[in-house]
Design a protein around this ligand. Structure first.
Ligand code: ADP
Ligand code: AMP
Length: 213
C-alpha cells in the first residue's frame, strides 16, 4: 500500500500515519520529522531548512524532492509506505510521480484529512512533541500518561516553535496557497479519499481503513 496523507498542518496526518504504518506494517515517512532530525544533528540540510521552518514557510522543493525519491527507493519501502507532509506543492507531486514511474510504481491513495481552520488553531496550540522520538500528543485530546513526558521514550515534551500562534497563521496561509491545490491534483488522478478529520482519533482511523477497503 502506497499512501499520501494530505491535510492542513495539525489536521492529524502524523497521528493517523503512525497508526496506519503499524496496521499495514509499512514505513511512515514524515518530511517534517526528517528535517527536525537534521536540525538536531546539525547537518547542512538542517541548517538550510531551519530558517524556513521557523517562519512557518515551506522548505524549497529542491531540498525535499530528491530526499524523498531516495527514501522511497530503499528496501523497506518495497511493500509500500506512507508519506506524511509530502508532497506539499504541485512541483513536489510531479517529482513524486516521476520518481515512481521510474520504478514502475504508482500511489494507491491520497487520504485528505479534512479539518476546518478554526479547529486547526486549537489542535496545533495543544500539540506537544517529544524532543527525542518525535511522538506527538495533545494536552486535551491525547494526553501522555505523565504530564510533559513521552509515553514511548520518557523524554521531555515541548510546544514546537512553529506551533506558536503567530506561526500557525502563516502555516495555514501557506497551506491554502501551496498545498490545497493537491486535493484537485489527486482527485483528477482518481486516487483521492476524503475523511472527516474533526471526529475522534479512533473514528478517523476507522474511517480511513474503510475508505482504503
Ligand atoms: P499533522 O501531522 O497533520 O500536523 P498531528 O497528527 O500532529 O497533525 O495532530 C495535531 C494535533 O492534534 C496533535 O496534538 C494531535 O494529538 C491532535 N489530534 C490529532 N488527531 C486528532 C483528533 N482526531 N481529535 C483531536 N485531536 C487530534
Ligand atoms: P510538519 O512536521 O509536516 O508540520 O512540517 C514542519 C515544517 O517542515 C513545515 O512547516 C515546512 O517548513 C517543512 N516541511 C516539511 N515537509 C515539507 C515539504 N514536503 N515541503 C516543504 N517544506 C516541508
Amino acid at each position: 500500500m502506497r499512501l499520501i496523507m494530505l491535510g492542513a498542518p495539525g489536521a492529524g496526518k502524523g497521528t493517523q500515519a503512525a497508526r496506519l504504518a503499524e496496521a499495514y506494517k509499512i514505513p511512515h515517512i514524515s518530511t517534517g520529522d526528517i528535517f527536525r532530525a537534521n536540525i538536531k544533528g546539525g547537518t547542512e540540510l538542517g541548517k538550510k531548512a531551519k530558517s524556513y521552518m521557523d517562519q512557518g514557510k515551506l522548505v524549497p522543493d529542491e531540498l525535499v524532492c530528491d530526499l524523498v525519491a531516495d527514501r522511497i527507493a530503499q528496501e523497506d519501502c518495497k511493500e509500500g509506505f506512507i508519506l506524511d507532509g509530502f508532497p506539499r506543492t504541485i512541483p513536489q507531486a510531479e517529482a513524486l510521480d516521476a520518481a515512481l514511474s521510474g520504478m514502475n510504481l504508482k500511489m494507491d491513495a491520497a487520504v485528505n484529512v479534512d479539518v476546518p481552520d478554526e479547529n486547526i488553531v486549537n489542535r496545533m496550540g495543544g500539540r506537544r512533541a517529544c524532543v527525542k522520538c518525535g511522538a506527538t500528543y495533545h494536552v486535551v485530546y491525547n494526553k501522555p500518561a505523565v504530564e510533559g513526558i513521552c509515553n514511548t521514550c520518557g523524554s521531555e515534551l515541548i510546544l514546537r516553535d512553529d506551533d506558536k500562534p503567530e506561526t500557525v497563521q502563516t502555516r495555514l496561509s501557506v497551506y491554502h496557497e501551496q498545498t490545497q491545490p493537491l486535493i484537485e491534483y489527486y482527485e483528477k488522478a482518481g486516487i483521492l479519499k476524503t475523511v472527516d478529520g474533526t471526529q475522534s482519533m479512533d473514528a478517523v482511523f476507522e474511517g480511513i481503513k474503510s475508505l482504503l477497503g
